[in-house]
Design a binder for this molecule. Structure first.
Ligand code: MG
Length: 472
């Protein structure tokens, strides 16, 4: 460069500016499409890219390689209903009534649901005129006033609660699995409805094809809305038991039926991403893949794996609330493995930041904007995680430290266990929460206890919506 005159440099710079112009033109800020793929009871250790040795997930592995794989990412609660309430509102479920000491989740005989005044991700994006569709499990109230179409979604196709509810016959699932790990259930034993918008279109829903049909509906919606911003929420009913896979997917995986189910979901992810690529939308679409809680270990080989994490669904151990998470947005997201803290609670502030939508100002939110990490511009603003379950706080994480003040049994999530003293773990050195180091760090125990006290003082519990019975 020493040999170039200032004039030559000016010409060169001008040329570069001209070359850059068309690029700047086409990269003019366009509101990104958003796709959230949410599995049910998928464990931290159930994907190839998270270390599973026998479940093949080539599409998710590619998605992780092209995007960001988050290794310390949490859900708001270790079971379905409250976890979904946290994802969709950016608020801890204790604030919107979607957790309870009396009931774990909503059931077909529940009369409550997510309160209509809660602002969902769909309602957030409606400010920017997004087309909004949900294809899958809702589980935030099945009565008309609580359905997705009352919470900002233009359209709904799916089973409104868990796929094991409304059981009307057949054998005991667990008993059958113990006799024969290859046991395949009959969908007619579960009288769950399939809804389009507010109408039941099939009952019992044929769950053999449920993953395939959710995917087809999502893809159709993307095609129909390719020329305007859209939000697709694809909460799979699988791999929550009873496990179902379409005929083409059965008997394929080395991991048995559970592996077939996950590999079919992987194929579904492949179809969604291929559609975005085909429509030339991949550079303007953020796709997030994650799970609502950890694996349902009570169902043995029909439940998933939390990998090296302790325990699973229903507990506030890492296996219950840390979930495998991938963000994808080619040429915008800085690819890599992220070990910063993040949560499904953070989708609210992150989507607001990326789309220019305004966050609700009249209520307390528990959400952080993760876009600096996604864009490779900075660290995660989330430095702590509060582990709530059934309307009580069981643990807190601050940086690498996690303090348990209450616990449940590690597998059957029904019973609380008595703790003599709080237990402290460094979950970055000790991923399995195996070594209690409370006696070595009394000052950290004190600091985390004070955090819990401050946090609880900031919480005003909502009326218990889960406990409202269905009116006859
Ligand atoms: Mg679940």
């Amino acid at each position: 460069m020493y040999y170039l005159s200032w004039k030559a440099l000016a010409v060169l710079a001008g040329g570069l500016a001209l070359l850059a112009l068309p690029t700047i033109g086409s990269a003019a800020p366009k509101t990104p499409n958003v796709v959230v793929i949410f599995c049910d009871d998928l464990g931290w250790g159930d994907l190839g890219c998270f270390g599973n040795p026998t479940i093949r997930t080539p599409h998710l592995d590619r998605m992780a390689a092209e995007g960001q794989k988050w290794t310390q990412f949490y859900v708001a609660a270790p079971v379905c209903t409250p976890s979904r309430a946290g994802l969709l509102t950016g608020r801890l479920p204790i604030r919107n009534g979607m957790t309870s000491d009396k009931r774990v989740v909503l059931f077909p005989n529940s009369g409550g649901g997510l309160p209509p005044e809660e602002v969902t991700l769909a309602e957030l994006l409606k400010q920017k005129d997004y087309a909004t569709g949900i294809f899958g499990k809702w589980h935030l109230g099945h009565l008309p006033q609580f359905l997705p179409t009352s919470q900002g979604f233009d359209t709904y196709f799916g089973i409104p609660y868990s796929n094991d509810m409304d059981r009307i016959g057949g054998p005991n699932y667990m008993g059958e699995v113990r006799k024969n790990p290859d046991f395949y259930p009959n969908f007619a034993d579960y009288n769950v409805p399939l809804l389009r918008d507010e109408k039941v279109i099939e009952r019992p829903a044929d769950q053999n094809t449920i993953t395939r049909r959710y995917t087809e509906e999502a893809v159709k919606f993307i095609r129909a809305n390719k020329d305007r911003p859209f939000f697709v929420y694809l909460p799979h009913s699988m791999p929550h038991i009873p496990l179902f896979a379409s005929e083409e997917s059965r008997g394929k995986s080395k991991r048995g039926l559970y592996g077939d189910v996950i590999e079919e979901i992987d194929g579904s992810v492949g179809q969604v991403l291929a559609t975005l690529r085909e429509l030339d939308l991949e550079k303007n679409t953020l796709v997030v893949f994650t799970s609502d809680n950890g694996p349902w270990l009570s169902f043995e080989t029909h439940g998933g794996s939390a990998g090296p994490l302790r325990a699973g669904k229903g507990t506030t151990f890492e296996g219950g609330q840390r979930v495998p998470t991938i963000f994808w947005w080619p040429e915008t997201i800085e690819p890599g493995v992220v070990s910063e803290l993040g949560s499904t609670l953070d989708m609210m502030a992150t989507f607001a930041a990326l789309t220019g939508a305004a966050l609700p100002q009249d209520r307390k939110l528990d959400t952080y904007d993760l876009s600096p990490v996604l864009l490779g511009k900075g660290a995660s603003p989330r430095k702590e995680m509060y582990y709530w379950t059934r309307a009580s706080l069981h643990a807190v994480r601050s940086g690498p430290w996690k303090l348990h003040v209450k616990m449940r049994e590690p597998v059957n999530y029904g019973r609380a266990t008595k703790m003599e003293k709080p237990e402290l773990y460094n979950v970055e050195h000790d991923i399995s929460e195996a070594y209690n180091v409370a006696s070595l760090h009394p000052e950290i125990v004190e600091r985390l206890l004070a955090m819990i006290q401050d946090h609880e003082a900031d919480i005003e519990p909502h009326e218990d919506m889960l406990a409202i019975p269905l009116k006859k």
